[in-house]
Design a protein around this ligand. Sequence first.
Ligand SMILES: [Zn+2]
Ligand SMILES: [Zn+2]
Length: 438
Amino acid sequence: MTTKITFWSGLDTIGANIISLEKDGFQIVTDLGAYVGADIEALLDKSRTSELYESKLLPPINGLYPEVQVKDLPLESIEESDLKTAICLSHLHLDHLGSFGQISREVPVYTLNKSEQFYTQLKEQELLPQYDVNWQGVETGVTFEHGPFKITFHESDHDTIGAAAIFIEAPDLKLVYSGDLRLSGFAPERVLDWAIKAKEFQPDILLLEGTSFSSSDEDIKEEVPFANETETWSLLTEQSLLAKLDDLLTQTSELITFNGYPQNIERLIHVAELANKYQRKMVLDPAYFELAKPYLENQSMELMKLGDDVSPAEIKQTPEQYVVQIAYENHEALFEIGTGIYIHSNGMPLGPYMPEFEPFFERVIEAGWDVIFANVSGHAHQEDLLMLAYLIQAKRVVPWHTFRPIAFGEALSNYGVPVFLPEKQTEYSLENILNQSK
Ligand SMILES: [Zn+2]
Ligand SMILES: [Zn+2]
């Protein structure tokens, strides 16, 4: 039997990129994120499988769900199916693991050890839901087998710890799944390293994320809310953010608060190092403090836990001594520590499309904070994606994890990279794919 590949979701959205590969009674599914529009809480409720299935908010994959959840559905449960299924998880974002609450505990879930450990910490701090799955941590670069499939995870760089690209080899098909990635983070060398390995691997298919191809020039011109009352730093890399912060710290003795993204612990630690460089103490929200602790290489770094080590009133008295990280979940603290410069750097609320965004910033500005928007993307720039695809030289590249797969595909074609745009929920062999595209 030839290897069959099916694309379930994620072809023209950001996230929920799901494929299955099947050969000789073995199946690999990678990833298993929340579908766009699926409620994260509903996805945790095993009594709602039918409802999610009927609403087309779960992939209709055989051999994945327990019998009790799918007995009334035209799906083979894990008990009924002859398939032996394994899941490979590229990284810990909900658009990649958000459907884990629905699957059988029997299915092994492979991910990098680093990612599994980070998951445990995020779950303990209630920054990710509790998924009771059969975690199987693997090391970067170490190949393991699932039936006829040989699988290797290679650590990559994205705005979470333990993100990986996944190489899968069947006797008749070689595939590389990029996961989400960037060359503008703290470890671009990891991406270049796996990309060179991918070229040597000579893949038939490269599944490449294309988040940065999602907005057209018109979208970008859209008006930013509070544009007149706030400042925006246009930042291309993590290092450009740190350079701007460094500059700011030389110029001001005002209190600085920083609202970042919990999974980007490396950014938070670099901000803390900068604070220390300017004789300021970094004060963290209690959950983030616990999350950051295991990743501190420099043990002499001065980190304080908000509430336990220093109170909001103490910060208000000597604002020049601190950089304070305030999470949206505990944002009342922001109105107890005085005012100064508020840096919003991929923290919640993420953007104007979230209902919390406008009321929150109205209040922050009203309270007297000088707001700076300072986001850095977790995703590669367009030209970096094109360069990687050009370097890897797969027989076909599938552009996905983007709202504009056709635009991304055209850009790849212009680079001389052969593209394949699959149909959703259609089974392909490699031969089909090669014949249907050029
Ligand atoms: Zn994603
Ligand atoms: Zn991601």
